[in-house]
Design a binder for this molecule. Structure first.
Ligand code: FMN
Length: 304
């Protein structure tokens, strides 16, 4: 009942592990599948490894989490090996999340990532916690977004490409349209929000070593639902609605707003890996109680 189609593959559940959480190794991603996810997304990686920002880089608060991990990753070669290993042992779809420091690097990382034959490539152009090094995210600019989508599609061959957007910039609906016009196959919405800041009142200094970080978890659910709603109005390509999903009713809101699949990240920190099973059961219960046979019957229903 909760299985769904995303482009050319079927997911046994609409839930997808969001990038940045348990996505560094084949074994942790396999574990997420065992707990009921329909697909996994790797941690974002670029050409060379990155240590990211100094600790503390993650701080939880009552309604979510602030993080400035800073795109730390072991680099392309290591991540290709992990994706290949995952594919040898697991036939549930895997999405490789990539980024680049320059438009050319996006192309090169895409070309090399194809060696691992992921089921999809997700292109992170919206990380809000690397301003100090990278400047404004590429995804805040229509011309930069267009160039990145073009170069990634040029190198991705038959592998479908999702572009991961944030709620900032000239409007997520506008940027999503630019992605679609330039050949993107799907949109992932949204990345973390902000950046934001929390201050330790005892030491009277910002908690994060980077001072600011991206906000995730329940606090951003309304921004994420609104973003998915906007994207759905503007494009025909499928949406992986991500941001703040913790309870079944959150996931259902995402579907009603127009999501084909739903990304789950921070909830794994708060609820444990079990959250996938609980969300699946809750979505199924809702469909049964309302007399629906499939997720497709309610997708985008909030627009009617
Ligand atoms: C600790 C942490 C690390 C993250 N790393 C990445 C990343 O490497 N690439 C990316 O595209 N998104 C990254 N994200 C963003 C998530 O994939 C997701 O878009 C965002 O957190 C909103 O969803 P959530 O509220 O379910 O976590 C990260 C989020 C967190 C909390």
């Amino acid at each position: 009942m909760i299985k769904t189609r995303l482009l050319n593959f079927y997911l046994k559940s609409p839930l997808i592990l969001a990038s940045g959480i348990l996505g560094l190794t084949a074994s942790s991603m396999k574990r997420v599948i065992e707990f009921g996810a329909g697909a996994v997304t790797s941690k974002s990686f670029n050409k060379d490894w990155r240590t990211g920002h100094k600790n503390p880089s993650i701080v939880p608060f009552e309604h979510g989490m602030l993080n400035a991990v800073g795109l730390s990753n072991p680099g392309l070669d290591e991540m290709i090996k992990e994706i290949q290993l995952y594919k040898e042992e697991c036939d549930t779809p895997i999405i490789a999340s990539i980024f680049g420091r320059s438009i050319e690097e996006f192309g090169e990382v895409t070309r090399r990532t194809c060696e691992a034959e992921p089921d999809m490539i997700e292109v992170n152009i919206s990380c809000p916690n690397v301003h100090s090094e990278f400047g404004q995210p590429f995804g805040d600019s229509c011309p930069d977004t267009a160039k990145i989508v073009q170069i990634v599609k040029e190198h991705a061959g038959n592998i479908p490409v999702a572009i991961k957007l944030g709620p900032h910039g000239p409007g997520i609906g506008v940027i999503a349209k630019v992605c679609e016009e330039n050949g993107a196959d799907a949109i992932t919405a949204i990345n973390t929000v902000g950046p934001g800041m929390l201050i330790d009142i005892d030491v009277q200094r910002p908690v994060l070593s980077n001072l600011t970080g991206g906000i995730s978890g329940p606090a951003i659910l309304p921004v994420a639902v609104k973003s998915v709603y906007e994207v759905y109005k503007n494009v025909k390509i499928p949406i992986i609605g991500t941001g703040g999903v913790t309870k079944p009713s959150d996931a259902i809101q995402m579907i009603l707003a127009g999501s084909t699949a739903i990304g789950v990240g921070t909830a794994v920190y708060y609820e444990g890996i079990e959250v996938f099973r609980k969300l699946n059961e809750g979505i199924e219960k809702y469909l049964l109680e309302k007399g629906y046979k499939s997720i497709e019957q309610i997708r985008g229903a909030a627009h009617e």
